[in-house]
Design a protein around this ligand. Structure first.
Ligand SMILES: [Zn+2]
Length: 480
């Protein structure tokens, strides 16, 4: 299969739109959907993905309206009525709905979410045009190929397959393309919900945030995001007398700030487990090597727990962050001239709280640690809000687990609490059981290109993800 893909794409180093769409490699162990010829559909979806990549939606400024219009055009052609919701000048979301009955029941509805904006590129570091959607060696290259235009194209494929097949739905299925996700600013899902919640209110949602992790050509495990940490920025401010640098004193603000940051940098917040993290490590232990598995099983034991937490934290910084509030100093500023001792020095801490933890408790611990009357902490505005965890007992979580396990050769499916934030927290705050699953099998090497250089997704993975998403949606929303 891979060989075939290589032959097809190896010579085809021209933009996809110009070269026409090559035939897809047939996925191994295909689980065809009752709704659609998934092979033909993913071929169409690959064109949407390519054309979405070619619409530059780098945020800032975003300019998602161009992508919104493109998506609306595709939906209209299929007889699905889209609505473009303007959030800010040049920035819009798109919503479309397939109804299950004349009267909608929002608590049953399924929302398929993906964002249209992408992060910026360092063009000089790319070997291909980041907005060219180049096909090479079985991969599609471009900013957004992973995050999140692939999911956008797959969501489009799902709602279009439902429409074309005239499937009898047991709940409304809503398509939502959001803007300003990467910056989470004034045009993000927060104001969108505030203004337009009635247009996409749902009981369940599928969004980015979880992953299908593949190693050596085999899916190792699937992580379904059910909760996420909460981002809070805190300024550390040291004050002292300003004066002539020729006569230094012990109360120099720069020295006090540096000492405080050094202590904070060496600090590890206490470990707390919740159901999601506990079940994540239990599941991951089953596919990890014996030594790591042993420590994963020991994380909460009384005699070896502390040592196990240290081993697991040292083995992988992401695991360290999943177990505790994390603190990363990110900005430093002080001084106006080389020969003037400044009266103030500042650092910024980006803190990611476990859901349920409060910033006051953590700052209490940090104040005690720093123990310096010249240093104080100041919580910055626009902190993230802690959202409830999505249930691991819901019907939708059961469907996701069942379908992805079938799709990916019986790979274990683990609930996941992401260290990073997604649009899902805003949905969870509105009582949506939102789950994160970006359904395309990826290696760690692929993932390292997300927000990085030469972002790419293999066409075989894309096809498999489209199929998986389609099967999740049809299992949950189509009357059998
Ligand atoms: Zn994203």
């Amino acid at each position: 299969m891979l060989l075939q893909a290589g032959v097809i794409f190896f010579t085809a180093v021209v933009p996809l739109a110009a070269q026409g769409i090559p035939p897809n490699p047939t996925p191994a162990h295909a689980n065809p959907s009752p709704l659609a010829d998934t092979e033909a559909l993913s071929r169409e979806a690959l064109v949407w993905l390519a054309q979405l990549i070619q619409i530059n939606t780098t945020n800032p400024p975003g300019n998602e309206q161009a992508a919104a219009k493109y998506i609306a055009g595709i939906l209209e052609k299929e007889g699905i009525t889209p609505e473009i919701l303007e959030v800010a000048p040049g920035r819009s979301a798109v919503v479309a709905r397939l109804r299950s009955s004349a009267i909608s029941n929002p608590s049953r509805a399924l929302l398929l979410v993906a964002h249209m904006d992408v992060v910026g590129v360092e063009r000089a570091r790319w070997t291909v045009d980041p907005f060219g959607a180049l096909m090479k060696d079985g991969y599609i290259y471009g900013r957004g190929a992973l995050d999140d235009k692939s999911m956008l194209a797959a969501n489009l494929a799902a709602i279009i397959a439902l429409k074309r097949s005239s499937a009898r739905l047991n709940r409304d299925v809503i398509f939502l393309a959001t803007d300003d996700e990467e910056a989470g600013g004034d045009a993000s899902i927060r104001p969108l919900i505030a203004k337009n919640w009635d247009k996409f209110a749902a009981g369940y949602a599928l969004n980015e945030g979880g992953e299908v992790i593949s190693k050596g050509g085999k899916v190792q495990y699937v992580a379904v995001q059910a909760s996420e940490k909460v981002s809070v920025n805190v300024a550390v401010i040291a004050k002292g007398p300003s004066g002539h640098a020729a006569i230094p004193t012990k109360d120099n603000a720069v020295v006090h700030l540096a000492a405080a940051v050094a202590k904070i940098g060496a600090y590890s917040a206490p470990v707390h487990f919740n159901t999601v993290v506990r079940r994540y490590f239990e599941g991951l232990a089953a596919v990890s090597d014996d030594e790591i598995a042993k420590w994963m099983h020991s994380l909460e034991t009384t005699d070896r727990g502390e040592h196990a937490q240290r081993v697991i934290s040292d083995a992988n910084p992401q695991w360290a962050s999943m177990m505790r509030d994390s603190i990363a100093p990110t900005l430093l500023s002080a001084g106006v001239r080389a020969n003037v001792i400044p009266g103030e020095a500042r650092a910024m801490l980006n803190i990611r709280l476990l859901p349920g933890d409060t910033i006051d408790v953590l700052l209490g611990a940090l104040s005690k640690l720093v123990n310096d009357p010249q240093v104080r902490f100041e919580v910055q505005p626009n902190a993230g809000l802690a959202a409830p965890t999505s249930s691991l007992e819901s019907d939708f979580y059961a469907v996701i687990t069942k379908v992805v396990s079938q799709e990916f050769g019986g790979a274990p499916v683990l609930p996941y609490q992401s260290p990073w934030a997604t649009d899902s927290s805003q949905l969870r705050l509105h009582n949506v059981q939102a789950y994160g699953l970006w359904p395309f099998p990826v290696t760690d090497e692929d993932l390292a290109r997300m927000h990085g250089d030469d972002e790419r997704l293999s066409v075989a993975s894309f096809n498999k993800g489209v199929e998986a998403l389609l099967n999740i949606v049809s299992d949950f929303a189509v009357t059998k």
